[in-house]
Design a protein around this ligand. Structure first.
Ligand SMILES: [Zn+2]
Length: 233
């Protein structure tokens, strides 16, 4: 008999208040095991992507024709009973739903994706394809590496400074030519700029908290954890 410890998910208070929705930010107990997550949330399948740190958004219309090697970094769907999930180990997972519970999204925001405005792009795809206004959306920024632990060089910092205003809200100079980058805040600002008002940021740093896989703590070859969202069938 196979024995498995209980699996843990961090839940968002905001998303938990939606009827007809399932969601969870897995820690290392479930990790990236889609079958555990499908079973736990009673989903027929969990659609994923080949994540490439892009700004590209993929709409899942037909789960039969979606394969997890489609390249992109955000998924959008209106299908019921089909989950969408993204894998992270420090990068920022963002889960989105509209007030009418008619469309959901899951976003992978590492520094490159954030620089490519993946969160903005996702909101725009939802608006242009389904006519859902950004002000109707709730977005939750999940467990990820926070500014306490995410030091980057001048090379990365300058890319943000060249492209965006207000970087003083999420880039903090540390020692000479180094910066602490708060990707949660960078993504929150992007979502606000595009018109999303209801945003929750979960205050868990994946490097500080050993329940989570962390690239910065564990290095190359680290596993990932899935963050998922689905409309109930
Ligand atoms: Zn930390």
């Amino acid at each position: 008999m196979e024995m498995r410890d209980k699996v843990n998910f961090v839940l968002s208070e905001r998303l938990a208040s939606f009827e007809g929705l399932v969601h969870g930010f897995a820690d290392r107990s479930a990790g990236a095991d889609a079958s555990i997550i499908e079973k736990h949330f009673n989903l027929s399948r969990l659609a994923q992507l080949k994540q490439v740190h892009s700004g590209d958004v993929v709409i899942v219309n037909d789960p039969e024709n979606h394969h997890n090697l489609t390249e992109g970094d955000a998924l959008v769907t209106r299908l019921k009973g089909v989950g969408i999930g993204i894998r992270t180990a420090d990068c920022v997972p963002i889960l989105i739903v509209d007030k009418g519970n008619s469309v959901i999204a899951a976003v992978h925001g590492g520094w490159r994706g954030t620089l490519s405005e993946i969160a903005d792009n996702t909101v725009r795809v939802i608006q242009s394809n389904y006519g859902v206004c950004p002000s109707e959306l709730t977005a939750v920024i999940g467990p990820s590496i926070k500014k306490c632990c995410y030091e980057v060089g001048e090379d990365v910092a300058s890319l943000f400074k060249e492209k965006f205003d207000n970087t003083d809200q999420y880039l903090f100079e540390s020692t000479k030519s180094k910066y602490f980058l708060d990707l949660s805040i960078a993504n929150r600002l992007q979502l606000q700029r595009v018109g999303v008002a209801d945003i929750e940021v979960i205050d868990i740093c994946t490097k500080c908290n050993e329940s989570f896989f962390s690239y910065r703590r564990e290095g190359k070859g680290v596993s990932t954890q899935l963050s998922c969202i689905g409309l109930k069938r």
